[in-house]
Each structure stands twice: as C-alpha cells, then as structure tokens.
Design a binder for this molecule. Structure first.
Ligand code: DX5
Ligand code: ZN
Length: 223
C-alpha cells in the first residue's frame, strides 16, 4: 500500500487564528499534513454553520498545503464551482444534495480541481456507482455530518471495503477518504478496510501538538 494521506480538519481549530492553526500542521517531514480539510456548512444541508468562499480564498493565500473543501451545503450545483475556481485542490459535494453530480464533476475538473463525492453514513454506495466514475475522491462519512468530536460509526467500513474492491478490480478509480471520529483508536481499522485519506479534526486540533498528532496518525495508518 502507498503512504496514507492525513487531512486535518480545521473545524476543530481556533477560527480566530486559522492561518496559524494551519501552520501548525505545515512543518517539514512527518508532522506535515498532506491536505487541509475545510468543512463548509450552510445550516440547511446540516444543522450547523461554519465558513464559506471568502474564508477559503483567504486560506488559499495563507498556505501552500492543498485545501480539501468538504461542502455540506444545499445546491452544490450552484456553489461548488467557486471553490474550484478559487484554487481548492479537491472540492467534495454531497451525493444527497447534488442535482446533476456528473456535471458538477466535469465543471470542477475543467476548473482545475479534483472532484469529490461524499455519502452520509446511511447512503448506499450502489445508488451512486455510475456517478462515481466521474469523480477523483469518494468521501465516506463515518459520522452524521455537521459537527466535530462525534463517535466513529464502524458500520461504514463495509462501504469502504466495497469501494476498495471496486478500485482494486479496476471498476473505479477514486481515492477513498474517511471523515468523522478518526483518532488513534479508530484509524487502524479504517486503514485495514482500505482508506487512502484520513480526515481528523478533534484528534489533531485537540492535541497539544497538532503536527505530532498528524505524524502519529499516519504511522498508525500504515498497514
Ligand atoms: C463533520 C466534518 C468533519 C469533522 C470531523 O461533519 O465533516 O470533517 O471536522 O471531526 P472529528 O475528526 O472530530 O470527528
Ligand atoms: Zn468534513
């Protein structure tokens, strides 16, 4: 297997100091994050409100780490493209919210970004297989989207295993990403199930040294 990717979620960071908080995982070597995960919430698709495009535009100027924007919003058909045009590395929309997800993926890629499709814990993969062929990343939610610090839902690992099988058999060409409740106790089982990229919010920004937390999580994810 290749090197696991770690994507700290700034949802658990201090929003008054976002630039510094990203710098804490932007050092050299093992303590450097691979991507920075940015949770965009609109208080409609999920019952919480975070940040939007103006903040992402500022973060893009503040770091050279790739931004992994997770859009937990209604009408991504209208809003996702702006994040790609701004320079986000990967833009993930929710399968449950998208009206024309194939068009979204094509537009995101045309704007130079990778395209991500996310499914909530209760959303079956089978319903979106044809769509997934157009995407670069599959974000499997392992908590109900909306809040950091929730407990890992291990049942979603069946979905991860199914996706991994499709990738290995050449039926799918996506990076498998997991988001929610990932920490030192849960990351190994996710890695064994076939996850490529691990989002971690509270496990990184709740730690005394976020950079060390990144390195420790990546070590545990190597299997
Ligand atoms: C939740 C967000 C996650 C969140 C994860 O809806 O999508 O990215 O930050 O937080 P933890 O790692 O604390 O579960
Ligand atoms: Zn997220």
């Amino acid at each position: 297997a290749h090197r696991p990717l770690i994507a700290p979620s700034i949802l658990s960071a201090d929003f008054a100091r976002l630039g510094d908080e990203i710098q804490a995982v932007a050092g050299d070597g093992d303590t450097r994050a691979d991507w920075v995960h940015v949770d965009v919430m609109d208080a409609h698709f999920v019952p919480n409100l975070t940040l939007g495009l103006p903040v992402v535009q500022s973060l893009l100027k503040a770091t050279d780490l790739p931004l992994d924007c997770h859009l937990m919003i209604d009408d991504p058909d209208r809003w996702a493209i702006g994040y790609a045009e701004a320079g986000a590395y990967n833009v993930t929309v929710h399968a449950e919210a998208a009206t024309d997800p194939v068009k979204i993926a094509k537009d995101l890629r045309a704007a130079g970004a990778k395209a991500g499709l996310s499914v909530k814990p209760g959303t079956p993969l089978e319903d979106h297989l044809d769509t997934l062929k157009h995407y670069d990343t599959l974000l499997v939610m392992s908590v109900e989207p909306g809040f950091g610090g929730q407990s890992f839902i291990a049942e979603v690992l069946d979905k991860v295993r199914a996706a991994r099988r499709l990738v290995e058999t050449g039926h799918l060409n996506v990076l498998v990403e997991i988001d929610g409740g990932i920490n030192a106790d849960t990351i190994e089982q996710a890695a064994e199930a076939g996850v490529d990229c691990f989002v971690a919010g509270s496990a990184v920004y709740g730690a005394e040294d976020p950079g060390k937390a990144v390195a420790a999580l990546r070590d545990l994810a190597v299997h």
